[in-house]
Design a protein around this ligand. Sequence first.
Ligand SMILES: Cc1ncc(CO)c(N)n1
Length: 235
Amino acid sequence: MTVTAWPEWQTANPSGTFSDWLKGSVADDWHKVTHHAFTDAWGKGAVSDRNLKNYLIQDHRFIDRFVALLAGAVSRAPALSDRIPACQFLALLTGPENTYFERSLDTLSVSTQERTEQPDWPVTAAFKELMRVAMESNEYANMLAVLAVAEGTYLGWASRVSDMIDTRPDDFWYAEWLDLHTGPYFESVVAFLNHQLDQIGPQLSDDARTMCQSYFRKATTLEVQFFDAAWGPQL
Ligand SMILES: Cc1ncc(CO)c(N)n1
């Protein structure tokens, strides 16, 4: 796929935003994440037991780093009004989303030992590392790129799947994970992250913009690989 550089793209798409350009430049992978077979199985409440448990164990580790990255973004946001939405979202992640994992893993009888001793999947380790490097770059645009991919792709698959199914899955670990990633509040979080990118992106230097796009690309590729791992054969 040929990817147009931002200045030319903007000239050709005067009403297009920076976040539209970023998403367009990863369109194939974005589609793979949001239409992944794992997500269809999730909507049907039909992920096999081992795959489900391992996804929850691994994704709980993703949340840990994600919280640290979002806190980094709070520290780099330009003004209080830009920090507040991220702070509110931090409260959701460290409250209801974290307890969602704990309640799910408890109900599925996943022992503390299993939760802590299972090695990171290679993709989990790579994602954690990407979030760490984005945070330590101390560049708001890089942090936003990773955050916008993580939340934008989850809004994409979860709303697609929720619209497609006739009945919500009975098991709370399926249903509540869809609830956490759909609806007006979660849409506002994704809109906030994209808006922040739209404000900052057009003013970046060529190098900084290339860097931001590279984080956006890597994050999207890792999202595909995360679902590939979650859907693949499990130990
Ligand atoms: C891998 C991954 N990406 C995005 C999200 C959404 O927060 C998540 N929970 N896990």
